[in-house]
Design a protein around this ligand. Sequence first.
Ligand SMILES: Nc1ncnc2c1ncn2[C@@H]1O[C@H](COP(=O)(O)OP(=O)(O)OP(=O)(O)O)[C@@H](O)[C@H]1O
Ligand SMILES: [Mg+2]
Length: 264
Amino acid sequence: MTRRMAFMSEPRVPFGIKAFDKMISGGLLSGSANLLEGAPGTGKTTLAMQFIYSGITHYKEPGLIVTFEEFPQQYYHDALQFGWDFKKLEEEGMLKIVFSDPQFALDELSKMDGQFVTMIEEMGAKRVVVDSINHFESLAGDSHELREIERKFINALKREKVTSILLRENDNVLGQATQVTSRVPFIVDSYMLLRFVEIDSTIEKAICVLKMRGSDHQKDIRCFKITPHGIEVEAKFSGREGIMSGITHSTPQDAFVNVFGKKQ
Ligand SMILES: Nc1ncnc2c1ncn2[C@@H]1O[C@H](COP(=O)(O)OP(=O)(O)OP(=O)(O)O)[C@@H](O)[C@H]1O
Ligand SMILES: [Mg+2]
């Protein structure tokens, strides 16, 4: 088998969002740890819930959501807005939403007989979401310690062979990210970014994949919408520059067309 064929046959874990799965060659790599980053309100939790919901309903893969942020009731409520009945899935044993504190989660995932390890194994969880890893900052005295904690946590998830999405909030709403302390983007297998972008005085949402280890992925920056059925990924932002800086402007070619019209 050629090296290329080996990649192609590697099992994928799809989001169930056609256009986005296509961007990542079919889905996340099975057993990988993946970072999903964005400013508050960009849709991190929604995308992560959709990943879990789709896994259960389309692929019969049990899911676990570990939250340091919101009580399970909030998830039941938010998921139901999209028609996803998380409470029912929990009753059926396909889903668990666990409100935890970061130290407990770290300890119980690191020990072979820890509570989280036992839970993952007993329910057969294949997909795990952690909302959000920013909370590990409260456990660390300095950036070196933080990196050790993050590394330990990610290694434990990988040891359990689950496909995980780690949510991370960044606090700049428009513009370049400035965080430098975390090494998570280097440790994870893929790095997805959600952004607000300003286009013609309205705020749109953009998604892009910054890295995907051992796999091809599309480098486009795509527009996405949160609809009553969840996230829908749309076309590329065409004729726009500056998407990653958060404030876009027309490309010179587009500006020319706007002013003078298309050449006949
Ligand atoms: N049912 C819905 N229909 C359309 N848009 C929605 C719906 N529910 C939420 N949204 C949009 O999604 C945004 C919040 O999404 P979400 O909670 O996934 O973001 P987040 O990145 O996790 O935010 P935070 O950092 O605050 O946790 C809201 O600001 C709202 O614009
Ligand atoms: Mg959230």
